[in-house]
Design a binder for this molecule. Sequence first.
Ligand SMILES: Cc1ncc(COP(=O)(O)O)c(C=O)c1O
Length: 392
Amino acid sequence: MDSPKTAALPPVPFIDLSAQHHPIAEELLEAVARVLDGGQFVLGEEVAALEADIAAFCDSRYAVSCGSGTDALVLSLMALGVGSGDEVITSPFTFFATAGAIHRVGATPVFVDIEPDGFNICPEATAEAISEKTRAIIPVHLFGQTANMEPLWRLAVLHDIPLVEDACQAIGASYQGRQAGVLGTMGCFSFFPTKNLGGAGDGGIITLDDKQLAQRLTHLRVHGDTGGYHHVAVGFNSRLDALQAAILRVKLTRLQEWTEQRIESAAHYDQLILARGLGDWISRPHAQDSCRHVYNQYTIRVPAFERDDILGSLRAEGIGCAVYYPKPLHLQPCFESLGYSIGSLPRAEAAAAEVISLPVAPGLDAASRERVIERLAAACEGQAGWSTRRAA
Ligand SMILES: Cc1ncc(COP(=O)(O)O)c(C=O)c1O
């Protein structure tokens, strides 16, 4: 039998949704039963109630739900009339859906580099990319940290260009006291299960203050139908299920608590990385001043040439970790015709080569965090040249 010292330590999963759901299982099952009894499965009261809850949470006048975060982006661009011949500026360092949505409405994504000291779109680079064809800017609040909005607001006003926030990873984040989702013309959220507020399937929502746009969105998500099979536009089918809405309403009551746990885990990781003397080699995520970072991911950067070895050794030790995202969007084969090449957007390319996301989901206890950083330190120290660099 193993002695306590030699016994294998339990793995630290990247995310464990069943552990998150277990303590609220009864409430979730009651919500599901309520929908089954009611017999209204698509849109309806439950969905309207979730929309009201999210609007209240995000301080927006309206919230229009839909089938996914991807659809939220597509619907927003459609509602703004963005289409063929138009350009939309966005970040290349994001999940594919951001740029996919631009392409889907017939417009061209214009990728600009990220900031030197963060993962979000660079406002100066955005200013340089504005052309006569620019019809929208999509800042992405990557990993739960809002983009640097103030200079983007100035650009939006100066050029009369709407800002569509890709807030899919950032529900509950804030910038200068304002919630993600009301930092632009529209805010797009995803309820994919691993998001900070995730359903038991796909789902999405758009938050906004403009009544006309909100009405347009409610039509577009049902094939442009204003009621009675009267179609004022060609939309598509993107409706939220009542079951998802009922589940999300239960989970929304825990969102603040879960977010605080994420923030606490991030602060603990910061402290442990510094305490182990890794601070010079590992770059930690930093929350911008007067912003609330909600850590959908806790993403560090390590030297590019060591990243895959470090990742492999963490995984071999049972530490769940991930690379978001290994290839920036301007280098994706499907966007080859846009003419970007390696070196076009060097900061995004460097980030893609250096990032590792560590477990940060709610429920991660202090012992697990210590184990993650202890294993990270061992993985770094196992790299050739680590000790010489450290001594230098
Ligand atoms: C930044 C970002 N944008 C858009 C999406 C698309 O959301 P969904 O998966 O709900 O379509 C995601 C989801 O992963 C995302 O992380």
